[in-house]
Design a protein around this ligand. Structure first.
Ligand SMILES: *Cc1c(COP(=O)(O)O)cnc(C)c1O
Length: 360
């Protein structure tokens, strides 16, 4: 083993999660795969292959480049680009059979122009903003569209969609408002599929399902309903190796900045992982890792390639070469995120490139 960490990505758990969504939404609703950002850090191509085996009918990516990479492993499946119709790349969407999600009147105009040039109908998704204020047609732009003031020649709107801002918060009033506004707007698009829910959204209400749901995070094992236990199976485990153990004396310090001073003689281990592997240096609270189910606090600063942990309290101490659990049965992506003051999405998408990656 030439690397220090083992990142294991469980495709069986991913498949079970996908099936759980399908069971939840029923046969009349499609379950799309959101695979942006390298499938949330887990590897776009392998994840898409696994989802293709499950007949996943639709993929979402953030950029045109991601969509083109996806084409290497799936030449045909519908792929939509959340970032919209990128300027000066309009022809590439057509060339690779990739669907833009039209986010603005400008996107609409340019896609329409291309349809005119090619004398053919071009497919598109249409994104209506209902409260996120990031991407999508504003309320005014949407009403102009509904009043027929926006030209839409040559474009076939396959799917109309919006995106929840607060669905992870069980009782946030904006979720209800967005769902209500979306349903009102969507009824004007009889020919189009309707899509509303991300991972948390699809668990909040059956009324959010419409024709297609768009889970990302929960597919990869994250908890879509933070207020209760996680209905999903964990997809990611990460363990990393002890490079060295040592005895430190009371009064000595450890690591950069001498930020931790021992108040007793201690046994420590240095493990092969650091902020360059996505293990964040910042910490609101103390971070922990696990040896045989027992928690070991991280002491001192997280360095680029190394982290130091306290083993003093363990009766059976691990040795150099033994593996330490970072993510696994005792610490989920959501747990680790909590301790560093972030969300599991960021834990996943910052998983480093230096681990041995195994797909099981
Ligand atoms: C990222 C994204 C999703 C998936 O969200 P999760 O919370 O990861 O399930 C769905 N829809 C849109 C528009 C997105 O940007």
């Amino acid at each position: 083993m030439q690397k220090t960490g083992n990142l294991v990505i469980n495709l069986k758990a991913l498949s079970a999660n996908y099936r759980l969504f399908q069971d939840k939404v029923g046969d009349s609703c499609a379950v799309a795969g959101v695979v942006k950002a390298d499938a949330y850090g887990l590897g776009l191509k392998t994840i898409v292959k696994a989802l293709t085996a499950l007949d996943c009918p639709q993929y979402f990516v953030a950029t045109l480049d991601e969509a083109i990479q996806l084409r290497d492993v799936n030449a045909k499946a519908p792929v939509a680009v959340l970032g919209g119709l990128f300027h000066r790349a309009e022809n590439d969407y057509l060339h690779h059979n990739i669907t833009p999600i039209l986010n603005s009147p400008d996107d609409i105009t340019r896609w329409q122009d291309l349809a005119g040039q090619k004398s053919q109908m071009l497919p598109a998704f249409l994104h209506i903003d209902t409260g996120m204020n990031r991407l999508g047609l504003s309320a005014d732009e949407t009403s102009a569209l509904l009043q027929g003031k926006t030209k839409f020649e040559g474009i076939e709107i396959k799917t109309i969609m919006t995106h929840f801002a607060c669905a992870d918060d069980k009782n946030h009033p904006l979720t209800k408002k967005q769902a209500h506004d979306f349903a009102n707007i969507a009824q004007h698009f009889e020919q189009s599929q309707k899509s509303l829910a991300n991972s948390p959204g699809l668990f909040r209400s059956d009324a959010h399902h419409h024709d297609m749901v768009r889970p990302g995070y929960a597919l990869y094992g994250g908890n879509p309903t933070p207020e209760t236990s996680n209905p999903m199976q964990a997809v990611v485990t990460l363990e990393t190796r002890i490079l060295q153990t040592r005895h430190c004396k009371e009064g000595e310090s450890i690591g950069y900045g001498a930020s931790h001073i021992f108040d007793q003689d201690s046994v420590t281990a240095t493990i092969g992982m650091g902020y360059a592997d996505g293990f964040q240096r910042r910490a609101d609270k103390q971070k922990y890792v696990y040896y045989k189910g027992q928690s070991c606090p991280i002491i001192g600063r997280v360095s680029m390639d190394l982290v130091t942990i306290d083993l003093t309290h363990l009766t059976q101490k691990p040795q150099a070469g033994d593996m330490i659990e970072i993510l696994g049965p005792h610490q989920t992506i959501d747990d680790l995120a909590d301790t560093v003051g972030t969300i599991g999405y960021e834990i996943l998408t910052s998983l480093g490139r230096r681990y041995t990656r195994t797909y099981i």
